[in-house]
Write a protein that binds this ligand. Structure first.
Ligand code: 5AD
Length: 349
């Protein structure tokens, strides 16, 4: 056990605000015992606020066209090997019904930054979903748009928005993205979304190329200050058609530690155990929950198109991470005393 790290983890757990340097001390000095301590206390907090309920979000990957060129991402615009597709409104409503029947009460509409999905088209889709199933929460994950666009989408019925900040460190952001993509714009978007009354999610990859421990400390400090309702956090996994093809994947253990620290920082946060984590470790999803995660996002996209939405290599898509696998997923969760619930799973703050 490391005294400094343990003291700071305990302070965090006690609701104290930490400095970026404190997070750095934790990440630098924690030994295996401290990591276990953080994970088990994060798991206790999850149980305290959510019991054994795991919330589900049905993920519809509505387009893999993207104008951006994130160096880590398999659907970046420079990847000419991708077969591009976009779903029609009817296909999206079909996904909605399939998810609804499986007990999902949140629909996440995620896609690359595809200009085809204008405000008019997107608003039409969101209001159609809300009209068809008013009790469903709609989460959007469509990247950077204008404030006016976010406002219109909110008015059309969107409840939540996921926009991972990817890294809170300017120089690191510039290593992961081409120059036309700016961290300042991403942060501005997150502020707008919050201002407009969305439940907002930010987040980052663990172990992305060039990431240092300082970067992760900055991410945790940002999350603490921004107080998002949701945090998306998974390991980086290389994709063979990107400039990062030969970079190593992020560590499962570090990802679990980060999940635990996020839960300790924001006790009521909605925290998915991500597909990326399940991709790197057969028990990744369960370990995520035992480290404080309380959300799983089954894939609801049409099966024949799922392979085209490959952000990283070996992305699992037809097993327990898919809507067809909800019953099996529930069984898997029962091995750690948890179960899926039919619930919108809204934020508690
Ligand atoms: N490995 C892990 N996560 C990735 N994402 C994109 N590419 C990868 C990758 N190679 C994540 C990004 C993005 C989210 C939708 O998927 O953080 O915000």
């Amino acid at each position: 056990m490391n005294e400094t790290a343990r003291q700071l983890i305990t302070a965090l757990e006690g609701g104290n605000r930490l400095q970026k340097n404190d997070f750095l001390q934790i990440l630098t000095h924690a030994d295996a015992e401290d990591v276990e301590y953080a994970k088990s206390h994060a798991n206790d907090l999850r149980i305290k606020y959510f019991g054994n309920a795991i919330f589900l979000r049905g993920l519809v990957e509505l387009s893999n066209f993207c104008k951006n060129d994130c160096l880590y991402c398999g659907i970046r615009r420079s990847n000419t090997a991708v077969v591009r597709y976009r779903l029609s409104k009817e296909q999206i409503l079909g996904c909605l019904e399939q998810g609804y029947a499986a007990g999902l009460r949140t629909l996440v509409l995620q896609g690359g930054e595809d200009a085809w999905f204008t405000d008019e088209r997107m608003c039409d889709i969101v209001s159609a979903v809300k009209e068809r199933r008013p009790e469903i929460a709609v989460t959007l994950s469509l990247g950077e748009r204008s404030k006016e666009s976010y406002r219109r989408l909110k008015e059309a019925g969107a409840d939540r928005y996921l926009l991972r900040h990817e890294t809170a460190t300017e120089w690191h952001y510039a290593k992961l993205h081409p120059a036309f993509q700016k961290l300042s714009n991403r942060m501005q978007c997150l502020e707008w979304l919050k201002e407009l009354g969305y439940q907002v999610g930010c987040g980052m990859m663990v172990g992305s190329p060039y990431q240092t421990t300082e970067c992760l400390a900055a991410d945790l400090a940002f999350i603490q200050d921004f107080r998002p309702q949701m945090v998306g956090l998974g390991p980086f996994i290389p994709h063979h058609e990107t400039p990062f093809a030969n970079e190593p994947a992020g560590s499962v253990e570090t990802t679990l530690f980060l999940l635990a620290l996020v839960r300790l920082t924001l006790p009521k946060v909605l925290l998915p155990s991500t597909t990326a984590l399940a991709t790197l470790h057969p028990q990744g999803r369960l370990h995520g929950i035992l480290s404080g995660a309380n959300v799983i996002m089954p894939n609801l996209s049409p099966i024949d198109l799922r392979d085209n939405y490959t952000l990283y290599d070996n992305k699992a898509n037809t097993g327990l991470e898919a809507v067809e696998g909800v019953a099996l997923l529930d069984k898997e969760l029962s091995s750690i005393g948890c179960h899926v619930v039919v619930d919108r799973g809204d934020a508690r703050y």
